[in-house]
Design a binder for this molecule. Structure first.
Ligand SMILES: *Cc1c(COP(=O)(O)O)cnc(C)c1O
Length: 234
């Protein structure tokens, strides 16, 4: 199967999953996760029509961005843990940071976006399963509250949604409650009509569980393996 075939298959599956819950498949963005993937296969995904891409390391992407600078209008997002000292570089390279997990990081990104005179789209990463080893904000943490209430001052950020990587399970049905919990959290925040916060995006679902994520309300699925094949271990 070529990358174009894989993309077509996934698009069909997105449409089917959305149809099962009477959602419009156009509401679900397909992000190609290109970490560890070389420029050539990324070009194939681009040629197959994809424009939204996710990377998880600033340094790795800095090199690839050079190799791919001729592509027109791709949208690159950072989806991995971002260290504060790389915030400025990340703002240069990415149009969105989907993994904001602390007030401090948000402040640094805001300052960097101000310097470059732009508005940066961000998602708040939520550690929905409360796993020790994972980054992301605890859904009940004071820090999440602080971030939401700091939104008006962080005026170079556009807080546009939530992102999560739930606990892994072979069986996507076991992951469903976590997806649902993220959607409910998003809905609760939305109902409060907080100033400068408009959490439309729900970035959830990966190669093995994106259909269940769509059934639970995902508006962005992040797919690596099902497009590019198994990654070699770093
Ligand atoms: C690697 C990665 C993905 C894609 O995972 P696949 O299982 O290869 O589809 C999605 N989201 C994040 C945050 C990742 O790091």
């Amino acid at each position: 199967m070529s990358i174009a075939d894989n993309v077509a298959q996934i698009q069909k599956r997105i449409t089917a999953a959305a149809g099962r819950v009477a959602r419009n498949p156009q509401e679900v963005a397909l992000m190609a996760v290109t970490k560890t993937v070389a420029p050539e296969p990324i070009r194939e995904a681009y040629a197959a029509g994809l424009r939204l891409f996710g990377e998880n390391r600033v340094q790795e992407f800095a090199v690839k961005a050079q190799a791919l600078r001729d592509l027109r209008d791709p949208e690159w997002h950072m989806i991995g843990h971002l260290q504060g000292n790389k915030a400025a570089k990340a703002v240069e390279l990415f149009s969105g940071i989907d993994s904001v997990d602390s007030v401090r990081l948000a402040q640094k990104l805001n300052a960097a976006a101000q310097v470059s005179g732009r508005k940066l789209s961000v998602l708040l990463e939520i550690n929905i399963g409360g796993e020790q080893a994972k980054s992301g904000l605890d859904p009940d943490s004071p820090e999440l509250e602080q971030l939401l209430s700091a939104a008006p001052e962080l005026d170079h950020l556009r807080m546009s949604g939530l992102m999560t990587v739930p606990p892994f399970s072979e069986n996507p049905e076991e992951t469903r409650p976590y997806f649902r919990r993220l959607r409910e959290l998003r809905d609760r925040v939305k109902e409060r009509n907080l100033s400068a916060v408009s959490l439309h995006t729900l970035s959830m679902g990966m190669s093995h569980d994106f259909e269940v994520a769509i059934e639970e309300g995902s508006t962005c699925v992040r797919i690596g393996t099902a497009i590019f094949g198994e990654r070699r271990r770093a």
